[in-house]
Design a protein around this ligand. Structure first.
Ligand code: HEM
Length: 474
């Protein structure tokens, strides 16, 4: 993976040279999205940096990223062979493995189909938060949200809920911090082989997390196999088992996926489905208590459109432009997935006139797009109204599509719709009934902690107040 020379007539992407060994990693370790955004101003949308012993191409600018991920989609759809990625789902993950051929295509389609069949619901949290307020002065909502969100994806995948103090589930969802730390773009052990042989607490917990995670899911899958009935497909796991059964019946279909590779798709779906949505909700609450007038505005919109007699439903979403604009602005401003999962070129290619060889690791800087002064007026300001028309009655589609949160092209997130629906339903359900605030004299610390998904520091000082009493649920 050393730097190669470009063929005659073609230039390699520009970038900072020097300090090839450790330099870039040490510099990148602290907020790489900011460092790389700064460097992109100097070197442009296609630049090359060296991280440890590995050259990495970094893409910025919405048009350049669209060119690579959409118009030259085949070239840029790969995943790099990174040390940390080999440990996710025994190296067989749809999301993290280097596979991009027919097998990957067939598995991705299968996962997409399995997801289509199931929709969602949630409102346990309102009761939980009120109960917490009765017991204590304040609380950390993240701890409770992560279990509720995990339970939504559990219902989709396994048709079952876990108890809020189920130790097996808690031991997985509560240690996700190490996962997002190790799989983040620029993890040193992925770029400096030597580091793999040194003891690392993060790496140990990461390996431990992957083991526990596999075990939790294996137990559920075994239960499903034992009770499987092809006339009663209960959830994603059943639907995946059905694919295994049907595949046998058909024999030599276009692509033969081994059974394990079908069943362990549930890992990808489950894993991608709880951390991202929890993080989105958690940032939303931080913004809501920081900007109370925005919370009031959402609540006014909910009161006006839905009223207080019934709970919000998915079908209300189109009628709540301010709420939608707030969610978009949360995605844009936090850019809590600063990079997509790293990509890799599948063949030699040329982008914006620069030569990029096969198997080059590629970072896609979503944070840069979401804070690009060429695309956004005053990008540092948190302002949901930037997405609304003058009357505040409609979300501007063109602006909404400039927000980069789910990637683009062939590797685009397959859970985008489910993810957005979940964020909408959780937030509108919570805000219809509860008013969130932060304890007097405390402030929400919004400094992001770098990772595959960036978190804020946990905040113990949240408070809720009931807005009104609801007669019954629907
Ligand atoms: C991939 C974001 C929710 C399943 C991705 C990627 C991003 C992303 C940035 C990487 C794209 C790339 O590498 O180019 C998000 C965000 C979510 C969310 C921000 C919520 C707010 C979900 C949910 C599911 C899901 C709910 C499943 C139910 C996946 C899978 C991939 C993926 C399987 C890997 C696709 C592949 O490698 O081919 N997501 N996601 N995501 N996401 Fe999501």
């Amino acid at each position: 993976t050393r730097r190669q020379h470009a063929p005659k007539g073609l230039r390699s992407p520009p970038g900072p040279r020097g300090l090839p060994m450790l330099g870039s990693v040490l510099e990148l370790r602290k907020d790489p999205h900011l460092v790389l955004t700064r460097l992109s101003r100097k070197y442009g949308d296609v630049m090359e940096v060296t991280i440890g012993s590995r050259p990495v191409v970094v893409l910025s600018g919405l048009e350049t990223i669209k060119q690579a991920l959409v118009r030259q989609a085949e070239d840029f759809m790969g995943r790099p062979d990174l040390y940390s990625f080999r440990h996710v789902t025994d190296g067989q993950s749809l999301t993290f493995s280097t596979d991009t051929g027919e097998m990957w295509k067939a598995r991705r389609k299968l996962a997409q189909n399995a997801l289509k069949t199931f929709s969602i619901a949630a409102s346990y949290l309102v009761t939980k938060f009120l109960q917490l307020m009765e017991e204590k002065q304040s609380f950390d909502p993240y701890r409770y949200m992560v279990v509720s969100v995990a339970n939504v994806i559990c219902a989709i995948c396994f048709g079952k809920r876990y108890d809020h103090d189920d130790q097996e589930l808690l031991s997985v969802v509560n240690v996700v911090d190490e996962f997002v730390d190790v799989t983040a773009a620029g993890n040193p052990a992925d770029f400096i082989p030597l580091l793999r042989y040194l003891p690392s607490r993060n790496m140990d917990s990461f390996l431990d997390f992957n083991k526990r995670f596999m075990k939790l899911l294996q137990t559920a899958v075994e239960e499903h196999y034992q009770t499987f009935d092809k006339n009663n497909i209960r959830d994603v796991t059943d639907s995946l088992i059905e694919q295994c059964v049907e595949k046998k019946a058909e024999a030599n279909g276009a692509t033969q996926i081994p059974n394990e590779k079908i069943i362990n798709l549930v890992n990808d779906i489950f894993g991608a489905g709880f951390d991202t949505v929890t993080t989105a909700l958690s940032w939303s609450l931080m913004y809501l208590v920081t900007y109370p007038h925005m919370q009031k505005k959402i609540q006014a919109e909910l009161d006006q459109t839905i009223g207080r007699e019934r709970r919000p439903r998915l079908s209300d979403r189109g009628m709540l432009p301010y709420t939608e604009a707030f969610i978009l602005e949360m995605f844009r401003h936090s850019s809590f997935m600063p990079f997509t999962i790293p990509h890799s070129t599948t063949r030699d290619t040329v982008l914006n006139g620069y030569y990029i060889p096969k198997d080059r690791c590629v970072f896609i800087n979503q944070w840069q797009v979401n804070h690009d002064e060429k695309l956004w007026k005053d990008p540092q300001a948190f302002n949901p109204e930037r997405f609304l028309n003058a009357e505040g009655t409609e979300v501007n589609k063109v602006d909404a599509e400039k927000v980069m949160t789910f990637g683009l092209g062939k590797r685009r997130c397959i859970g985008e719709n489910i993810g957005k629906w979940e964020v909408f339903l959780f937030l509108s359900t919570l805000l219809q009934q509860l008013e969130f605030s932060i304890q007097d004299g405390k402030k929400a610390d919004m400094t992001p902690i770098y990772g595959l998904s960036m978190k804020h520091k946990r905040c113990e000082h949240f408070q809720v107040k009931k807005r009104f009493s609801m007669k019954s649920s629907n």
